[in-house]
Write a protein that binds this ligand. Structure first.
Ligand code: TYM
Length: 333
């Protein structure tokens, strides 16, 4: 039997190679399996947990849709929609915030990272963010949620919340327990400037990431400037443990080639970085440049993108509002 897939991406800034290799590439594979029912959400309610410029936000929402389509997600086969158009998300998030416990949220490492030193100044939304994420997933009865490694803890919280709701209201299996789908290798792509830090939209230096909208010349330049070490490439994965930059770049190469880290290590054993970087640039340009061109083309087709959002809204709202109706009955509203 096919899987019920749900995942979301925030419309904040540029999507990068980490988003692509950790999540979107997997969305495309799941979309291509005829048995699966996939729902992909542009999570604009999540985006406003930090301040957004309204004009930029509007543009970024369309950009995520363009990225989904340019990467190979078929809007006829999968539902692509905008979170804020389906009111059930915000409503169910409120209900679940009465189920989730403060102690559970206090453990979330992403909040600690994002709030930084001055937690008192973080928005309440940033704190309760994972509850909204749980609402997203549970409304669609997702069996599997494809995400990068950084979302693993949020998925575990989602399962705890579902369990407590079902127990509290004695409705066994009403909220379905989702499984995270995290790629075994390459589920955490690191910065090109520091192999110990995650590749991220919020990192100030653009040289730290490959954006999906980067053209050929920027890709060439960024790989040229990517941090390395002074040793030749190793012959086994054990020797990579102390070499985060080498490990990351070899991982990126493997993932783009749909290969394994071990095979890539065999190919480049004993070679120096300049030779490897040439090959890495080649495969990056080959895979990312066509997507980048397609994104730019689609961004000029606003009506086409808006139509996808509109059609997705209808289908998503239909599923979510039915679930909310049952939730009202269970709670006693
Ligand atoms: P977001 O928008 O930050 O990231 C989108 C997806 O990209 C993955 N990702 C990475 N994977 C590998 N290496 C990296 N360096 C890297 N950076 C980001 C993320 O893990 C994610 O899968 N909370 C989510 C959005 C969300 C969601 C949901 C996801 C909202 N509701 C329901 C799944 C289900 C987020 O902020 O993703």
């Amino acid at each position: 039997m096919g899987k019920k897939i749900f995942s979301g991406v925030q419309p904040t800034g540029n999507l990068h190679l980490g988003n692509y290799l950790g999540a979107i590439k997997n969305f495309v594979a799941l979309n291509n399996d005829k048995e699966n029912q996939c729902v992909f959400c542009v999570v604009d309610l999540h985006a406003i947990t930090v301040k957004q410029d309204p004009r930029e936000l509007r543009n970024n929402i369309r950009k995520i849709v363009a990225i989904f389509v340019a990467s190979g997600i078929d809007p006829k086969k999968s539902i692509i929609f905008k979170q804020s158009t389906v009111p059930a998300h915000a409503e169910f998030a409120w209900i679940l915030s009465c189920i989730a416990r403060m102690g559970w949220l206090n453990r979330m490492t992403q909040f600690k990272e994002k709030a930084g030193k001055d937690k008192e100044k973080a928005s309440v939304g940033l704190y309760s963010y994972p509850i909204l994420m749980a609402a997203d997933i549970l409304l669609y009865e997702a069996s599997h949620v494809p995400v990068g490694e950084d979302q693993k803890q949020h998925l575990e919280l989602c399962r705890d919340i579902a369990q407590k709701f079902n127990n509290d209201f004695e409705v066994e299996n009403f909220l379905k327990n989702p499984e995270p789908l995290i790629l075994k290798e390459f589920s955490r792509i690191m910065s090109l400037k520091d192999g110990t830090k995650k590749m991220s939209k919020s990192e100030p230096s653009d040289l730290s990431r490959i954006n999906l909208t980067d053209d050929k010349d920027s890709i060439i330049n960024k790989i040229k400037k990517a941090k390395t070490d002074s040793l030749p490439l190793p012959s086994n994965s054990r020797d990579l443990e102390q070499r985060p930059e080498a490990k990351n770049l070899l991982g990126i190469y493997s993932s783009l080639n749909n290969s394994t880290l071990d095979k890539t290590i065999q190919t480049f054993e004993g070679k120096n970085f300049s030779e490897f970087k040439e090959k890495l640039t080649q495969v990056l340009v080959e895979k990312i440049d066509p997507i980048s061109k397609e994104i730019k083309k689609l961004m000029n087709e606003k009506d086409f993108l808006d139509k996808i959002i509109e059609e997705g809204h209808e289908k998503a709202d239909n599923i979510a509002s039915k679930k909310v109706k049952k939730i009202h009955e269970i709670i006693g509203f």
